[in-house]
Structures are given as structure tokens and as C-alpha cells.
Design a protein around this ligand. Sequence first.
Ligand code: ADP
Length: 607
Amino acid sequence: MLGYIQKTDNTYFLLATLRLVLDAVEAALGLVFSADILELLWEGASMENLGKPVILLLSSSFLLSAASSFLKNEFVEPKQSLIWLTYDSDFSAKFQQMDYSLIESPYVKKLTDRIWKDNNWGAGIGSAFWNLEFVVSGICRLLCSVVVAIPILKIIVTHGNPWMYLGLVVLLVALWLLAGARTKAGAVYQEQLLKEPEELYPEELYRKYYSFCGHWTRRCLSGDYHFIKDIHLYDGYNLMEHYTVGNMREGEKVIPWTSVMGKLSGRLGFLQGAAYSLATLAGYLISAAYALLGAFPVGSVIKFAGSITNILNTIQCMGYWLSELSLTARRVASTLEMLNVSDEMYKGKLPVEKRLDNQYEIEFRHVSFRYPGSERYALEDFSLKLRIGERMAIVGMNGSGKTTMIKLLCRLYDPQEGEILLNGVDIRKFRQDEYVRLFSVVFQDFKLLSMPLGENVAASVEVDGGKAEEVLRQAGLGERLEELPEGLGTYLYQDITDGGIEISGGEAQKIAIARALYKDAPFVLLDEPTASLDPLSEYEIYSGFDTMVGDKTAIYISHRLSSCRFCDDIAVFHEGRLVQRGSHEQLLSDEKGKYYELWQAQAQYYQ
Ligand code: ADP
């Protein structure tokens, strides 16, 4: 964590520590000068003699606190904000840039769960700043107090009175007891806090709670609240409450976590309070006894008592701050682990040949693939060649492996067996960024952003306006575009500005299709972005798209056979395998084939 902060801004620690040193010196000088003033008053000194320490007290206090405020306002806090922003944006960038296969991996899923829980406990890197500040300022104050107390300790040690030695020993023992009690309290408390909720509650109870409360709240907070409709309409709250609050009450009965913590802090609090009172009492009694014995003057009593109180207070708080700091370190560890997750896919270096004639050929050769953590093959011994400039339709039931094939083709995953070749070369050997430029894909779960329409289509802040308008017209959004007051500059949705427009599901699909056309890649893949449309509309979009893509290679995916009838080359998927391939008429003529079976099952809806 320290390394991360230092790497992000290498002057932060220096300036933050300097500021805390100034604060501690100010407090120590305040004590020293106040004691001197009191001693002069005690001795009945004249106003002139009093002037010097008063001026020193006021000027040192003014100068040091002004310097500290200047450092804090001009450097420390602005730097903290910037480091915080960098931390957040690094985290977000990590998700957007890491291998997609990793995001879906059980390891990263577990890690994100952990981060969510950890972040619920504290303010992430913010807690790190605050706790570090407390600890460093505690160390500075401790050092300053010791420096103030040393000359007086010297007097005690050289005085030679055995009672004074005894007093000193009592004081040291009380300090030691206090520090010990505080450290123990911190350790025990932390041990409880660091326990996984699963350890505190029976796992099943916790999972139910977490699934409904944690995940659902997270979705609502990120604006994905549409599922709440179902909760309203089916009076789902009562059911939810049973699993969340009711469930936790059940948990309390099984393991009364809160009362464990309550008793613990009660007992430790008592111990600490007793040690603290004892030490304070010892400090004051001893100081007074020294003064009465005439070992040192009244000013030194103030200095000694003041420094002892400061030392006590700091030790008292230090144990707490240290345990909070170590807790924070443990809580940010998951985020830092995520930032350090390294990509595992092999990244080739071969440049992708740029061909104006778009003469690219793709071949799947005996490809088998299982999703991470899954036992079943999503694709098994799958072989297929894509003919350049032609269209291919992939049909098959849900779960037959159609989307998986597209994900492998775009290198979101690598197959465990077999290889995928581009013009005869294994696609793993190509530079990833160049390779993905070959594909325009519209996935079923495509995502548009709350940004201007033009930027959505161009997927860039630099928009070729003429081209964007043309593809939007091709995708069937010409009329809608005319109506928009700000044209391509119109924001989608209202997250960023109230002037943003809400778009229907059909319009969103058309914008996603326009984005694919704008990219102008040699391969165009439509993976059922129209699944929520009725079969006729889907057919219209698919066959219309066919003319839009011109001489590019296009793959259309659908579980509706009617949508892909126009295609001469239809591949039929079943249980992760390619089972048939041919034109609609050829496939339908085989009455024992999967295509015939599917067609018969669906035909009743379309004929
Ligand atoms: P289709 O596109 O034909 O509907 P998919 O390619 O999406 O089918 O899925 C093929 C198989 O892989 C299905 O059994 C599905 O449950 C499984 N699958 C899909 N995505 C994942 C994933 N991220 N993790 C584990 N299994 C998955």
C-alpha cells in the first residue's frame, strides 16, 4: 500500500510527514514555553522578563501552525485526492483491460466478492491516509514528549534519592501495563474483525444474506434497478426479508457475534481505563513529590507532567491506530491483489497483415473448449472454415455453443485443445490489439454508454460525422436522427445530462449495429442482438444487414431458424458440436437431421 502511494506520488510522504513534525514541535514548544511562563510568574518575575517567553510562545505557535496549514491545504490534501482518484481509475482500468477470460474466472469472481466486502468496512485508500497520519503524528508527538522529558529524567537519575527511583519504576511499569493492555486489546479486537463473515455465521446463512442484500444493493447502486419491478409485482420484499434480516436474526441466535464483540470491548476497555488512570496518577504524584522534595522547579513539574500525559495519551491511541492501520492494510490487500493480477493469455507479437482486398480466412481446427471451473465442454472437437466474403449463419438451440465460438474467434478466450487459424497462422501469434480490429461484433448483451450518440457509434471521441450519420441511416435510424435537436451530439440516457434521450430496446440494437458498421472491420458478427425482437423484425434486420455488410465476411447467429433462412451457408450446432452444414433447402431435405427437427418444432409459429 505504501509502495502504491509512493509510486503514484513520490513527494507525498515527505510533505505529509513534514507537516506532522511541525504540529508535534508546535505542541512541544507550547508546553515548554507555557512551563517557563508559569515558572517566571511563580518566581514573581517582572513583565519585561515575561515578555520573551510569551513572544516566543505566540510566534512559534503562529509560524508553525501557519506552515502546517499551508502544507496541508496546498499539498497534502490535494495530493491525497489525486492519489485517491488514480487508485480508483487504476482499479476501473484493470477491469477494462485485463484478459476477459480472467474476469469470468472463479479466481477473479472470488476476489471481487472479497473486495466488495472489504470496501464495506472502510474507505479503502482513504482509511490508509488517515490511519497513517495518526500513526506518524503519534510517533512525532511521542518523540517530542520524550525530548522534553529527558532533561528532567536526567535530574531524577542524578539526584540519587531512592524514592525517586522507585517512583520512576512505578511510572515505567504503569506505562508498560498501559501499552500492553492497549496492544492486546487491539490484537483481540482485530482478530474478531478480520474473521470472515463465513466464520462468524454458518456459511449457508451468510450466503443467503449476502446474495440478496450485498449483490442486489450493489446492482441498485450501479443503476441496474430494473429487476425491482418484479419485487414490486410479486410482493417479493417479504420473501427477501426472510432471507436477509430474518436470516441474520437466525444467525445471531447461532453465533451472537455482536454480543461477543460487546463483551470483549467491555472487558478490554475496563483494563485499559484502569491502567491509564494508574499511570496518570503515578505521573502526577511523582511529579508533585519531586517538586516538594525540591528536586526541580515548578516549571519542570509542568513539563514532566505534560510530557507524561502526552506519552500516555499517545501510547493509548497508538495501539488503536496501529491496529486500525494494519486492519486497513488487510482490507486494501484485495484491491491491490486485483491491481496486480497479471494477464495469462499468450500475447503474440506478429502484426496482422492489412489487406485491402479483405482476403482473410478463418479456420477452427479440432477446437475443444471448457469455461474455467466448468466440467463440460462448451465446444468439442469443433472444426470449421469460413469462406471469405461470404455469409454464414449459425443456428442451434440455446446453450449449443454458438456464442462460445464467437468468443473464441475474437480471442476473448483461448481453446484448451486445437487451434484457430487466420490465413493459416495460429491467432495466438498475432498482436491482440491488431487482431481484434478485424472483428465488428454485436453481442446479445451489447452495451451502449451514456455518452453522445456520435461517440457511441464511433467508439471514440473523434467522430467522423458524415460516416456516423450514414451508418445510422443504414441501420434504420435516419428519421430518429433528424428529430434529435443536437444530432450526433445528443447524449444517450440521462446519467450525464438531463438533456439525454431514453432509447427503446429496438433503437439501442440499431445503434449497436451502426457501431459495428462504423468500425468497418473485415469480419462482421451478429450474435443474436435481436433476440428480444419478434421473429419477423429479426428476419428483417438480419436480411437488411446482409446488404449493408457488402463484401465483408459475416456470421449471423440465431436460435430462430427462420431468421437465417436467407443464408446459403447454414451451420447447425448441437451440444457444442457442428452437426450439419448446408443451405436451408439442403438441410431441410435431411429428415433425420437436427435442422429438420428444429425447423419442425419452430415452424408452427412462423407458417
Ligand atoms: P449459445 O450461444 O448457443 O446459446 P453458449 O455458447 O452461450 O451457447 O453456451 C454454451 C455452453 O457453455 C452452455 O452450456 C453454457 O451454459 C456454457 N457457458 C456459457 N458461458 C459460460 C461461462 N461464462 N461459464 C461457464 N459456462 C458457460
